[in-house]
Design a protein. Sequence first.
Length: 133
Amino acid sequence: NLAAGKSSIPGYAHSINPLLLQVIATNCQKYSFSLGSQVRTEQTSGGNSVHPLGLAIDIGKIGSNELGVMDATYRQFLLDTQAIFQQSGSQCRLGVWPALVNEVKGFISYCTVFADAGTGPHLHIALPRSAGT
């Protein structure tokens, strides 16, 4: 269902946004990574999560990096992800481990970068809530 853009949750109205599917498909050709949270029915982050709308995905690991530290592969993954959004003209939000925010803001200029401690180190890739309307 995911590859077809359909909801991975039977009977749930939302599926992953096609641009996020493009991020997954493009990056999996170049990187080995674990895909964590995608569309989910429960609301978190004080009601601000865009996962239930299909507007966010979480990456748990890129190669052997569990995303609590920056390395060359993680940096290039972020740059490649930013390029996908920039080429599409869509806004993007990248949530990174709090200790990495300033470093990432130093080389990511198109996407909004914010601290996302969540359930531990991970990369949150999202479209703004307005993209779901």
